[in-house]
Design a protein around this ligand. Structure first.
Ligand code: FAD
Length: 370
């Protein structure tokens, strides 16, 4: 008899398993249909001995001290600030757009004040910001929108930015200084020995049993448990009764080169000319030394593993119908990006699971904090 069946050994499931076992002494069965723990953050050493991220580059960043402190129990960190260049008009320029991007692209020598005026002159002001197109036109105008956002969004989502919720492009800032970091968060670091090692430490507890290569539906009738934590796709839980929630998927194509370095920064974006959206070179992220280097190309596609929930109002409405069913489920708790159909960064998923744990075991604390 288990106290908890946890479906999914990604970050959301692993945080719950760790908290329930080590804080509350609960007996936990953690099931994943994949052959490994770690969910989408899983990393491993490839045949050339290079540490790579199987499901695309994962860079840890957060403003939450409590999330960072929590994960620091299971890993040491390597400070790392991610930098991205975009291949536009034959140049490699910083993205998010900053002062250098504008000066290099247009052959100008503006300072911060002047670039503000430059962008204000380009911006096409919108009364209402409803779509991803509105966000960008409203901030930087048509030319930069077409160079950096229109083609990239079409490739990534197979939708025009005018068909996507504002949230997608609103995540990307525009800077009038020379800050070329991709993220501006207080804590930016990579697990020193990789994500999978971090997961191994989290799950190393006698009360946690891990079962891989197993879809939970295969075993649910043959095991006994009191409660369930579900981090898989919410539509699958309900047998897709209202129809499938749409996701974008990606083909990750890895290449190892017999050279020390392939490109000049961690990630280069290709908004316009190629079928892939970006190339990432792992050595920048991991700090590994080798005379070889591995890169990954990302080719977005419609079918395949569910990676990105598609943020459109009709999909949110469909999710809400499933959510209504989820609320009525007794002794089942839904957490994580698939179970709540929302694109979350790693830190947000950790925070979500820590909050669920608090709700289950210290609801008074939440009321006090509120
Ligand atoms: P997942 O990691 O998807 O884990 C869910 C698990 O449930 C999976 O292992 C799955 O196999 C399992 N499962 C599903 N159905 C079943 C079933 N029926 N039975 C058993 N098991 C099941 N975040 C960042 O902070 N920084 C980044 O740089 C970053 N880069 C990203 C790049 C890409 C390409 C993608 C797709 C995401 C990125 N993210 C990034 C987001 C990050 O991957 C997520 O926040 C995190 O992995 C979510 O964890 P999770 O546990 O909710 O989901």
């Amino acid at each position: 008899m288990f106290d908890y069946l946890i479906v999914g050994a990604g970050l959301s499931g692993a945080v719950m398993a760790e908290r329930l076992a080590s804080q509350e002494g609960k007996k936990v069965l953690l099931v994943d249909k994949r052959s490994h723990i770690g969910g989408n953050t899983f990393d491993h050493y490839n045949d050339d001995g290079l540490l790579v991220h199987k499901y695309g580059p994962h860079i840890f960043h957060t403003n939450s001290k409590s999330v960072f402190n929590y994960l620091s129990r299971f890993t040491k960190w390597r400070p790392y600030q991610h930098r991205v260049l975009a291949s536009v008009d034959g140049l490699l320029v910083p993205i998010p757009i900053n002062l250098n991007t504008i000066n290099e692209l247009y052959g100008l020598q503006l300072n911060s004040d002047e670039v503000e005026g430059f962008l204000a002159g380009k911006a096409i002001k919108k009364d209402r910001i409803l779509t991803s197109e509105d966000v960008v036109l409203n901030t930087v105008g048509k030319d930069l929108y077409e160079k950096f956002f229109k083609g990239y969004t079409k490739k990534q989502w197979d939708l025009d930015p005018s068909e996507l919720d504002a949230s997608v492009t609103a995540r990307i800032p525009t800077r009038t200084n020379r800050d070329d970091r991709y993220f501006a968060d207080t804590f930016q670091a990579m697990p020193l020995n990789g994500y999978t090692r971090m997961f191994e430490k989290m799950l190393d507890h006698p009360n946690i049993k891990v079962m891989l290569n197993t879809d939970y539906k295969e075993i649910i009738d043959s095991i006994e448990f009191r409660e369930m934590i579900y981090t898989g796709p919410i539509d699958y839980y309900f047998d897709n009764c209202f129809g499938k929630l749409p996701y974008r998927s990606i083909d990750f194509v890895f290449e190892t080169h017999n050279e020390d370095s392939f490109q000049s920064t961690g990630t280069v974006n290709y908004p316009n000319d190629q079928l892939y959206t970006r190339i990432t070179e792992f050595k920048y992220l991991t700090g590994q030394k080798s005379d070889k280097t591995t890169v990954v190309y990302e080719y977005p596609k419609a079918e395949g593993d569910p990676y990105y929930p598609v943020p459109r109002s009709e999909n949110t409405a469909l999710y809400k119908r499933y959510q209504q069913l989820a609320i009525k489920e007794k002794n089942v708790h839904f957490t994580g990006r698939l179970a709540t159909y929302k694109y979350y960064n790693m830190d947000q998923v950790v925070a979500q699971s820590l909050a669920l744990f608090k709700k289950l075991y210290s609801p008074d604390l939440i009321e006090e904090e509120a």
